[in-house]
Design a binder for this molecule. Structure first.
Ligand SMILES: [Zn+2]
Length: 315
């Protein structure tokens, strides 16, 4: 395709799925750096993909945009193999050091994450070198209050994590904890508006190039959620169940009321927005996934549909 920007040769994009975050790998004579590391249950595949992309070279550092389980789950396995350093957003320092699983939303959503220790921290305004290029760290509260994005002004590349996808953005979790997450996301979209961007490297989904259109879609989606917050709450419940389903492939229907409906974060959202029993809300969310053809039923099991495959590394 003509007219579409490409990543410079020192950067490789590895697309994963909705369970594991995408990776951006930057190579340079001084350090090979990986941005985000996928979900823990897929650690073997992560090691394979990153090993393939690196060839004989080593990995020196992992930089995490935020500490959600689908972005940091490969940290421990990669560190064990490469003895690389791990760099996380400064404001997540304490939660990771003390491994506060509730604060990190691992246990409360039925997710697992291999424990790791961070070695360094970065914050908004810092400059990081990835692929021999300087990247600016940008604060992006909303989906996660402490998340940081990375912007490379010379090549106009934005690593947007879960703050901006081609079609929307990640669930605004702070809304469920009494924080003004929607307002924070609005401010983040406004900040992004001022950037000149040719290529977006999102946390999930393919690279995309029409930045203005993605911002417009994100603004409309946010306005929709702000006017009908229960729609956003229902989306969060669906995302929670889809994630479990992607991880395990299938879930026994008769256990779901407990294994899903009674998870602390699911209960919290149900209490705040719907006030239903665990059984009733579970049934509603299952029905919504079936209606969206995101799952099907087979012999008493809820089965995942269309788990997208990772692509080979490409630039
Ligand atoms: Zn996230």
């Amino acid at each position: 395709m003509t007219g579409v920007a490409t990543l410079p040769p020192s950067l490789s994009f590895i697309q994963r799925d909705w369970l594991s975050s995408n990776h951006l790998l930057g190579r340079s004579p001084t350090a090979n750096v990986l941005v985000d590391s996928g979900y823990s249950s897929r650690r073997e595949l992560t090691l394979q993909l990153i090993g393939h992309a690196l060839g004989d070279a080593g990995l020196h550092r992992i930089v995490n945009t935020h500490t959600h389980s689908d972005h940091v789950g490969g940290n421990a396995a990669l560190k064990a193999r490469y003895r690389c350093r791990i760099t996380i957003p400064l404001r997540e320092r304490e939660a990771i050091a003390r491994w506060q699983e509730d604060k990190l939303h691992y246990g409360t959503l039925g997710q697992a994450c291999d424990r790791f220790d961070a070695d360094d921290w970065f914050d908004q305004g810092d400059l990081l070198e990835i692929g021999g290029l300087p990247w600016q760290a940008l604060g992006s509260p909303g989906h996660d209050m402490d998340s940081l994005l990375l912007y490379q002004p010379d090549h106009r590349i934005l690593v947007s994590a879960d703050a901006l996808w081609e079609n929307g953005f990640g669930v605004i979790f702070p809304e469920f904890f009494g924080e003004a997450g929607f307002n924070a996301q609005a401010a983040t979209l406004q900040m992004l508006e001022s950037l000149d961007v040719a290529i977006v490297v999102p946390g999930h989904g393919p690279l995309f190039y029409d930045y203005r259109q993605a911002l417009e879609r994100a603004r409309r989606r946010l306005a929709h959620f702000q006017s009908q917050p229960e729609r956003h709450a229902l989306l969060a419940l669906k995302v929670g169940l889809s994630f479990m389903l992607l991880d395990r492939g299938r879930l026994l229907l008769r256990d779901l009321e407990v294994s899903y409906g009674e998870l602390p974060l699911i209960q919290r959202i149900n209490r705040q927005y719907f006030g239903k029993t665990a059984a009733a809300i579970t049934r509603e969310v299952v029905d919504a996934l079936l209606a969206a053809r995101a799952a099907r039923l087979a012999d008493g099991w809820l089965v995942a549909v269309s788990v997208s495959q990772p692509s080979s590394p490409r630039r």
